[in-house]
Each structure stands twice: as C-alpha cells, then as structure tokens.
Design a protein around this ligand. Structure first.
Ligand SMILES: [Zn+2]
Length: 375
C-alpha cells in the first residue's frame, strides 16, 4: 500500500474535524510509559543480536514485580499496554507506532510461553505480533482518511473522541487488530514459522479485555473480511444506513497489504524508560549518536588525560555502530536536567550527554566520578 502520509494529511487539512489539536485517547500511554527517550528504530531486525540462553538479569523480587505489573497492564488494557499507534492526525508530537521496550522484553516469553524456540526467536515473534496489531490501527486510519476525502466529512476523529469521552475504547477495532495479528503470525515464513506459535499467542489474547479477547474468532479469511467491512461501515453509521454506501467501505484489501509495505511508511519508535536501561544489551535500542559537543565540554576534553580522551573517542565510535549495552551504564542524570544522561567511559570516568532529537545527543561533560558529582 503506497500511502503518501504527508499528502494525505495535507488534503485532510481542508476537511474540518479530521485533524486533532489534542490527541485522542491512545496517546495517554505516552505519559504512562515515561518516554525519557524516544528513539526512532528504523531497523528492528537488530533483535537478532540477542544471544540464546543468556541468563536473564533477574534481580529477584523487583524484577518479578515489574513483570507482573506489565502482565496485569496487558490483562486490563490489551496489547496497548506495551505498544500503541498514534495517528498522523495529531498536530503535535510524532505519529507512528510506539513500543515500550520494557513491555516487550517482559512480555515476549508470556506471549509464546512453552514454544520450543530460542528466546531471540520468541522476541522477534513478539515484535512481529505487536507490529501487526498496531499496523491494523494504521490501516484503518488511512482507509477511513480516504473515505473522508471522498465524502468531505470527518469520520475517524469523531468516533475516537466519542469513545474517549465515554471513557471507553473502540472494542471492535481491537477485535480486528488482534485478528490481524494472529493472521500475520500464522502466515510467517522462515525461521519464525515454529509450530504452536499461533495457538500460544491466541491463548495469550484470551486473557485480554473485551474485543481483544475474541479476535481469534475472526482469523479465517471470510470472517476477517466480513469483520473489516462491518467495522468500516460502523464509521459511517448511524448517519448512513444504505447498504450501497456500506458496500463501499471495504477495508479488507487495505488491511491485507503486507507488513513490509507499511513498515516503510509508519515511523517506528522504541520507548525506553529509566528502568529499562538494564535491557540495553538485548540490542533492542538503536545506536546513540553523539553529534555535537558544547564549548565547555571541548575545553574539559582538551584538559583531560590522554587515556580519557581515547576512551571518549572509542565510546563515540562504538555507539554509532551499535546500541548501548548494560556495560555502558546508560542512565538518566537529573542534576543536569531531564534530557541529560550519563555513560560509563571506563572504571573511573563518566560522560554526560544531552538528548537533542531522535538518536542525536550532545556531549556536555566529561570527567572522573567525583568531578561529575557521582558518588
Ligand atoms: Zn489495539
């Protein structure tokens, strides 16, 4: 599906009520996910770097509690507890698919509990599943946008805001999104095509809230198409009762488009939280680029020992090539502001960087533990 989103958005501007100043309900998750950093993840295949059978860093009770909390979130909010779609209709903030790194990392073994496969495969399956679910929301959004252009009236936002005001959600769209997810996982090829994957994922969805929990009933081709078209029609109803109009709301061909086609169109973001940096070494996070240095930093660097200068140059090069690992001790450094992070250079020395945008960071300070105020 070749959808030109900027062009679509540009056309929607002409139709009152199609674009949102205030985000509809879904983006509430952005604040819940503590997006201290939102990285654009252009290449989720780096998940391959997860070595098999690596012992998990289970720091006992706290870790178990955290996993239980996320499992409970999924039971009460469905898959949107770990990932969500943010419409291109929102005027501010980025649009796209957002995935909570900690949510995915703590859910993938529950999603495919008992599957005879290495953890790296389960994680990749989980990523595929989550993306398929969220892409279904994207497909519905773009399909409805096209009907808005044809009918010259707002359809998508009024419906979403209606649910938001009622403190509810679009139950039927979640049926479709989970059905779409199960179909995508069923149709996988290659190393991800492991016996039992669809059945286990189905069991996982059945513990989810209304709508999510019955998606599995609509995975057969004819039932899926029927559900899609009924959902499309529901955007027009109750204003349009005519059967002829309903026939024209055919979402099915749009939603069946391959995931790879949409992956090039929809920006994908991995949302990290301050507590998830310990997962850095699974390779989920893309590279962190140090693209600038403050004048103060340059002065500090010139005066610092040669060994520290070398460590800085090495770290900078390494981060360009791959994600931060737990050895880099990436953590927030609030004394210098919410956007500032600390990185380990070597045993005694640290580097402070400030987040600029996307993957880009600016070096702001370098020095020993004590010089930078670490204990
Ligand atoms: Zn959903």
């Amino acid at each position: 599906m070749a959808v030109d989103i900027p062009a679509l958005r540009g056309a929607l501007v002409e139709i009152p009520g199609t674009l949102a100043d205030d985000p509809p309900r879904e983006p509430v998750w952005i604040s819940q996910a503590d997006p201290t950093l939102i990285f654009p993840a252009r290449n989720p295949t780096i998940l391959d770097s997860l070595p098999d059978n690596r012992p998990t860093r289970v720091s006992a009770a706290q870790d178990v509690r955290e996993s239980e909390r996320i499992a409970a979130d999924v039971r009460s909010s469905g898959i949107e507890a770990i990932a969500w779609y943010r419409s291109f209709r929102v005027r501010s903030l980025p649009w796209g698919i957002f995935i909570r790194a900690d949510g995915l990392v703590r859910s993938f073994e529950q999603m495919f509990d008992g599957l005879a496969a290495p953890r790296s495969i389960k994680l990749e399956l989980a990523l595929n599943a989550v993306l398929s679910h969220e892409l279904a929301h994207f497909y519905v959004d773009t399909a409805i946008a096209q009907f808005e252009l044809l009918s010259l009236r707002a359809l998508w936002l009024p419906r979403k805001l209606g649910f938001a005001h009622a403190g509810s959600y679009d139950v039927y769209e979640e049926v479709i999104a989970n059905a779409s997810m199960l179909r995508a996982v069923r149709d996988l090829h290659g190393p991800l095509r492991i016996s039992g994957r669809e059945r286990l994922l189905r069991e996982w969805t059945r513990r989810q809230p209304s709508g999510y929990s019955i998606g599995y009933r609509y995975t057969a081709a004819h039932r899926f198409d029927h559900a899609l078209n009924r959902h499309g029609a529901s955007y027009l109803a109750p204003r349009t009762r005519s059967a002829a109009a309903r026939k024209h709301i055919l979402l099915a061909p749009l939603i069946r488009a391959p995931m790879s086609a949409a992956a090039a169109v929809v920006p994908l973001y991995i949302v990290t939280s301050s507590s998830s940096s310990r997962f850095g070494d699974i390779g989920l996070f893309p590279a962190l680029r140090i693209v600038a240095e403050t004048p103060g930093f340059k002065k500090q660097l010139r005066k610092s020992p040669e060994q520290m200068q070398r460590a800085y140059a090495e770290l900078r090069t390494r981060l360009m090539a791959r994600s931060p690992t737990s050895g880099d001790r990436l953590k927030r450094w609030p004394p210098l502001g919410a956007e500032t992070w600390s990185l380990r250079l070597n045993r005694g020395d640290r580097l402070h960087v400030r987040h600029l945008a996307g993957m880009d960071f600016e070096a702001v300070a370098i020095g020993s533990h004590a010089e930078l105020g670490h204990d």
